[in-house]
Design a protein around this ligand. Structure first.
Ligand SMILES: [Zn+2]
Length: 402
C-alpha cells in the first residue's frame, strides 16, 4: 500500500496541473489580447500543462505541502498600459475563481455526493479558491503585487515598489513562515468556500491529520479536532458555526484591504508630491533656457540696430543675421517659434512687446521680451493685452497705416 501522502499526491496532481495551467493561460491570453505576444512566442499561450509546469513548484512542492505554483508567464510591461498590466495580473486569480464557480454549479447541479468524484470536485474548488486568494497577496512576485504596481502613478512610488520587489521573495517566505497562509490565505479562502454553500472535502485519502489541520484553519477560534467522515458541514464546533467564520474572515479581509489601501495611498501621496516637484524643476529649467534665448535675441537685436540704424524688418531677417535658427524657438517640448513684432525702433516705449512666444509653454505662461530689454512671463491674457497696446502704439506712430 502506498503511503497516504503519495496516494493523495497522485489524486490531486491533476487538480494542480489543470488549475495552474488555466491560471497561467489566462495571464498569457489577456496579455496577447492587449498586443503582447511575448508569452505566445515562448509557447505559453497553450492549455498544455507541460508548457507551464515548473519542476519544483508543480511537481515536488505539492508532494510536500499540498500546494504549488507554475512557471510565471513572461509579460512585456513596456508595451502595456498600467490598466492593461492590472488586467493581465488579475486574469490568473480571476480564472481560478471562475473555474471554482463553474465547478460549484456542476457540483450542485449534478447533486454529487461529498465522497468519491464529488470529493475530487470539492478539492478542485477549494484549491482554485486558495490559489486565487494566495496570488492576490500583494507581495512580489505574486499577481497581487503586480496589480498594486499597476495602480502606482508616481515615479517615486514605482521606484519604492521596485526596491521592495527585489526582496519580495524573502518577504514572501517570511510571510509564509510566520503563518500568513494559515492566518490570511486559508480564512479568506474559507470565506469564499463557505459562501458557495459547499461541504468540506476530505483533503486526503485516510489523512485524518490533514483534515484536522484544514478544519482548525477554516474554523478560526476552534481548537483542532478530528472530523468524522460522515460530517460534511463546516465547523460544527461549540464556539460557533459558519456565521463566526464568515464574520471573522470578513474582519480579516477588511483589515488586509485597509492595509493595502493605506500602503497604496501613502506611497501614492509621497509620489504625487515628488512628481510635482520634478515637473516644477523641469519647467523652471526650460523656462530659464527659453529666457536665455530671449536675452541673446535682445543682444542680437541691439547689435543689429547699431549697425543697421533700426530693428530688422522681420524675424527671418534677424535669424539670418544671427546665423542660428535654434535660438528662435522655445526649448519646451510643446514650445513654438517666437513671434517678432517688426516696425519698432529702439527709442519707442520700453513697455512695448518686441518678441514673444505664441503658446504658453511655461506652466501656462509665455516668455516675453519687451523693447526695454526686460524678460517676463505673462499669462496669455496679459500677453494679448500688452501686444494690443504695442500694436495700437505702432498704429498711432505710423498714422494708422499699419
Ligand atoms: Zn498569476
Amino acid at each position: 500500500m502506498l503511503p497516504y501522502r503519495v496516494l493523495t499526491y497522485l489524486v490531486t496532481l491533476p487538480i494542480f496541473l489543470v488549475s495552474l495551467t488555466i491560471h497561467e493561460y489566462a495571464h498569457a491570453w489577456v496579455a496577447y489580447r492587449f498586443g503582447d505576444d511575448t508569452a505566445r512566442r515562448m509557447g505559453r499561450l497553450t492549455l498544455n500543462p507541460l508548457a507551464h509546469i515548473s519542476l519544483f513548484g508543480t511537481i515536488i512542492l505539492p508532494l510536500l505541502a499540498h500546494f504549488g505554483w507554475a512557471k510565471p508567464i513572461p509579460v512585456d510591461f513596456s508595451i502595456l498600459t498600467k490598466r492593461q498590466i492590472f488586467k493581465v495580473a488579475a486574469a490568473g486569480p480571476a480564472a481560478n475563481m471562475l473555474l471554482a464557480v463553474i465547478l460549484t454549479i456542476a457540483f450542485h447541479l449534478f447533486r454529487l455526493p461529498p465522497e468519491g468524484l464529488g470529493n475530487f470536485v470539492l478539492l478542485a474548488i477549494l484549491f482554485n479558491i486558495i490559489l486565487a486568494v494566495f496570488n492576490l497577496i500583494p507581495i512580489p512576485p505574486l499577481d497581487g503585487s503586480k496589480m498594486v504596481y499597476a495602480r502606482l502613478k508616481s515615479p517615486e512610488a514605482i521606484s519604492t515598489y521596485n526596491k521592495f520587489a527585489r526582496f519580495g521573495m524573502l518577504v514572501l517566505i517570511g510571510f509564509l513562515l510566520f503563518g500568513g497562509f494559515q492566518i490570511i490565505v486559508l480564512p479568506v479562502a474559507a470565506l469564499f468556500y463557505t459562501l458557495l454553500g459547499l461541504p468540506l472535502p476530505s483533503l486526503t485519502i485516510k489523512d485524518q491529520k490533514a483534515d484536522n489541520k484544514l478544519v482548525s484553519a477554516a474554523c478560526l477560534g476552534g481548537a483542532p479536532r478530528r472530523v468524522e467522515k460522515a460530517e460534511t458541514s463546516w465547523c460544527r464546533n461549540p464556539h460557533g458555526g459558519t456565521i463566526v467564520n464568515i464574520v471573522t474572515a470578513l474582519i480579516v479581509l477588511g483589515l488586509v484591504g485597509l492595509g493595502i489601501w493605506w500602503v497604496i495611498k501613502s506611497l501614492g501621496q509621497a509620489g504625487q508630491q515628488y512628481s510635482e516637484a520634478l515637473v516644477d524643476a523641469k519647467y523652471s529649467a526650460i523656462t530659464i533656457k527659453c529666457q536665455t534665448n530671449l536675452r541673446v535675441i535682445w543682444q542680437n537685436l541691439q547689435m543689429y540696430a547699431t549697425s543697421n540704424e533700426g530693428f530688422p524688418p522681420s524675424l527671418d531677417a534677424l535669424e539670418e543675421w544671427s546665423g542660428s535658427s535654434q535660438l528662435f524657438q522655445c526649448p519646451a517640448p510643446d514650445g513654438q517659434k517666437y513671434v517678432f513684432i517688426p516696425g519698432q525702433s529702439p527709442d519707442m516705449s520700453p513697455e512695448n512687446i518686441l518678441v514673444f512666444e505664441p503658446k504658453p509653454a511655461h506652466n501656462g505662461k509665455c516668455s516675453v521680451l519687451r523693447l526695454g530689454g526686460q524678460i517676463e512671463l505673462l499669462t496669455p491674457e496679459e500677453l494679448k493685452k500688452s501686444v494690443d497696446v504695442t500694436v495700437a502704439k505702432l498704429r498711432q506712430a505710423f498714422g494708422g497705416n499699419r
